[in-house]
Design a protein around this ligand. Structure first.
Ligand code: GRF
Length: 221
């Protein structure tokens, strides 16, 4: 890894933090050569804040309700991320619409995970929408964050079959297991400098990725 390696992660959450937990575990066991510099929640009640504290991490709550605009809230996030010298921002169930105030300074250094096979179903209620459409596959996508909501270039995608009798809840449980595998993996690529955003496209090991990113399979490293 070069001297300029991007190793300090800032993880943004709003809720349960099951993805955050994967990062805590992956950093602790050395699978991810990075440090979680800070966990920020916009929701003071987020369960993920307790996970972070149990993991001995620095946490802070920046409550969006205390800011008069999205931009002012995002500026507070940027100021805090800078104060903690964060290199890479990981959105892990962070339920806020972001503005350029946050997106611009971290372009190419901010990832999100979304519970659908993007570009299908950006936004909310992805599993209900997949079921209503009669899809035979569902999944999750790690993507770079750009100005377009859930629209940045996909990096890594995991597909699972929709089973007969699936409900949105059952699907969410199985998709979530895949999220826990692919999110730390894609982040490993970014930390190692293998993954870059070039001219609004994702490249891995110098090669442009296909429109839906790398398709996850077991053994992928
Ligand atoms: C995940 O389904 C993720 O895809 C979405 O928000 C959820 C976060 O879950 N962006 P958790 O808080 O990590 O358990």
């Amino acid at each position: 890894m070069s001297e300029a390696a991007l190793t300090r992660l800032g993880i943004l959450i709003s809720g349960t933090g099951s993805n955050l937990q994967q990062f805590i575990d992956a950093c602790a066991c050395g699978e991810l050569a990075a440090t979680i510099a800070l966990v920020i929640s916009n929701n003071p009640e987020a369960e993920g804040l307790q996970r972070a504290s149990r993991g001995g991490l620095t946490t802070t709550c920046i409550n969006h309700r205390e800011y008069e605009s999205r931009e002012a809230f995002d500026q507070a996030l940027v100021d805090t991320l800078r104060m903690h010298e964060v290199d890479i921002v990981i959105l892990a169930g962070f339920m806020r619409i972001l503005t350029p105030v946050l997106i611009r300074p971290y372009l190419g250094r901010m990832l999100n995970i979304h519970p659908s096979l993007l570009p299908k179903y950006p936004g909310l209620h992805t599993h209900q929408r997949a079921l209503a459409a009669g899809d035979t596959e569902a999944g999750a996508t790690v993507h770079f964050v750009t100005q377009e909501l859930d629209g940045g270039p996909p990096v890594l995608q995991a597909r699972i079959p929709v089973l007969s009798g699936d409900t949105a809840g059952r699907l969410a449980t199985r998709v979530s297991k895949m999220e826990h595998i692919i999110y730390p993996l894609a982040t490993r690529w970014l930390v190692a400098g293998r993954l870059v955003l070039v001219n609004e496209g994702a490249c891995l090991d110098g090669e442009p990725l296909p429109p839906s990113g790398v398709s996850y399979s077991e053994g992928l490293v």
